[in-house]
Design a protein around this ligand. Structure first.
Ligand SMILES: [Mn+2]
Length: 329
């Protein structure tokens, strides 16, 4: 549990700011977008000037979120430098998609729940035991005694539902359910959130067919993985963002401790999503490969063809756990 004084310091820093720029990570998910738009909503209530930047814009399935239409998608559209920068759901500048130098000398506030986060800001509110950044914002808004309304509750619900797999993952604590009950009581549009977050395109499901066909084991059967190449993406007409969630399929296999999904984002460069069960800490695996995340869900980027990437992944898993690795399929 994070220190309450960290929450108070973050609250004070936000209240002192006049103009703010809110940032999260590239490949935005429900938690990052729900959190960005929830904080925007509350800061506007407080009379602040707020800009939200998401590299590449808001993916289609999140466009229903209140305020999504205001999100700035390219750096050129940002107004003058803001007075205060807030980084949500992210602990590394590299993942924000903007040059850190751009913000040199500006006060930075960081609110995050990734285990690998060290704190980017002058003030930081970090709690890796929290299921979602949205939960940290709920605590901040409770501290400010903010009124919840349907728009704000829907943003926070999206954040928490997104990072808990709709309340199924092991991070779904009593606090998650208690907070969610308050969000529903305030009018969070849960059916709308579910329909949008779970909707998939034809091309996504067709590509899933290939992902399932390619399922293979590694690490002596303790791991399962699949992958898509850049050529596959072209064939199915899907983007890297459309391939979101494929890692959950190898994770479904009984007895599998580590699930991996690799997607070729540029020639011989794979973005790797990792999921795990006890005892493997995939945030440590990802950190060894230059990435980060949580114990049960993490990611990194690896260079090489699929066999080379898998060898690096196995070596990293071997280094952080007692799972004995060898390539198999
Ligand atoms: Mn998150």
């Amino acid at each position: 549990m994070a220190n309450h004084s960290d929450l108070q310091k973050v609250a004070a820093a936000l209240q002192e700011a006049g103009r703010l720029l809110l940032l999260a990570h590239v490949s935005p998910d429900g938690d990052s977008l729900g959190s960005l738009l929830a904080l925007r909503y509350v800061l506007l209530r407080h009379g602040k000037q707020v800009e939200v930047y998401v590299e590449g814009g808001v993916p289609d399935r999140y466009r229903f979120l209140p305020g999504a239409e205001t999100v700035i998608a390219s750096p050129g559209q940002l107004s003058e430098l803001p007075a205060t920068v807030v980084v949500l759901d992210c602990g590394e500048w590299e993942r924000v998609g903007l040059q850190a130098e751009r913000f040199a000398g500006l006060p930075v506030v960081n609110i995050d729940h990734h285990r690998t986060s060290k704190g980017l800001g002058i003030v930081n509110y970090l709690d890796s035991s929290a299921a979602a950044t949205g939960l940290l914002l709920f605590r901040l808004f409770a501290y400010w005694q903010e009124d919840l309304d349907p728009a704000l509750a829907t943003c926070l619900y999206t954040a928490i539902a997104g990072d808990t797999g709709f309340f199924r993952y092991s991070n779904t604590t009593a606090e998650v359910h208690q907070v969610t009950a308050k969000l529903l009581a305030a009018g969070a549009e849960q059916a709308l959130v579910y329909e949008n977050l779970e909707a998939r395109s034809w091309s996504h499901l067709k590509a899933l067919g290939l992902v399932l066909e390619r399922l293979a084991s590694f690490a002596l059967g303790k791991g399962a993985y699949s992958y898509l190449t850049a050529a596959d993406l072209g064939r199915f007409g899907i983007s890297v963002a459309d391939a979101d969630g494929f890692v959950n399929y190898p994770r479904l296999l009984m007895g599998v401790q580590v699930a991996a999904f690799l997607i070729e984002v540029e020639a011989d460069t794979y973005k790797v999503s990792l999921r795990s069960r006890e005892p493997v800490d995939v945030s440590a695996v990802a950190a060894l490969l230059g990435g980060g995340g949580h114990a049960r869900a993490a990611g990194c980027t690896i260079k090489g063809n699929i066999e080379q990437c898998m060898r690096q992944l196995e070596a990293a898993i071997h280094e952080v756990s007692n799972v004995k690795c060898c390539m198999g399929s």
